[in-house]
Design a protein around this ligand. Sequence first.
Ligand code: SIN
Length: 285
Amino acid sequence: MSQAATHQKISVKPQSAALGAVIDGVDLARDLSDSILEELKSAFGRYSVIFFRNQDLTPQQHIDLAERWGHININRFFKPLEGYPKIAQVIKEVDQKENIGGAWHTDHSYDEIPAMGSMIYARQVPEVGGDTLFSSMYLAYEALSDGMKEMLEDLKAWHSSRHAFGYGVSDSEHYQDGRLANPDLATQDALHPVVITHPITGRKALYVNTGFTVRFDGWTVEESKPLLDFLYAHGARQEFTCRFQWEPGSIAFWDNRATWHYALNDYHGEQRIMHRITLEGVPLN
Ligand code: SIN
């Protein structure tokens, strides 16, 4: 993973030894040829998150780009960009203290068919700070002992949107200031294997996350907590991660089945505006 991969039309530079790569030599506002798209897909499969810099996209071009990869999954909770319901806004204003995404998670794992990927386009970013961390759930799985792998192999876990977006949190700053809405729609619960076989790469990945996993199937919340806490601490080990520093015009496109991400909240008093499009996935097994 530490060597830059050879591609014909794009340049691919790994972001860390664990995951992530910066792609150069592509203007995403232009119609992508099928051959460039194939190279991007191959980099996406290999590195799990791909980054682009200095892109200049209108909202419609962002949507067109995402639709080259698949169907867009419209988020129920995030404030959409006016006139573009397919684009969810991830915003923090100068007077706001809470950010969105400030804990390790994978988007939409509470859906029965969880999102394949998320494509975020940076419109406005702080001078310093507001970076996003990513962690490889392939590496997290592979680093477990054989005994732990064996125990997790047949376990399933429940994921839910209720505690994250439902009425229990509807008095939070996000809801009060309108960045999140529709707590009544936070009714999703989904059961997924704890170890999935990735639908593109065939590699095994750990599939629980701090944001949305609530318990193992057949176990109580209390019984599940110690093992989940261990897996959350394990999955966040620094050697599984990379960190991306945003600039206006940067794009990160990550695979939700193979990664966690964490938006750092270290830039109070500055504005950060990101446009996120989430893409539909396939059932996991
Ligand atoms: C998210 O959790 O989807 C937001 C990530 C970010 O703002 O960097």
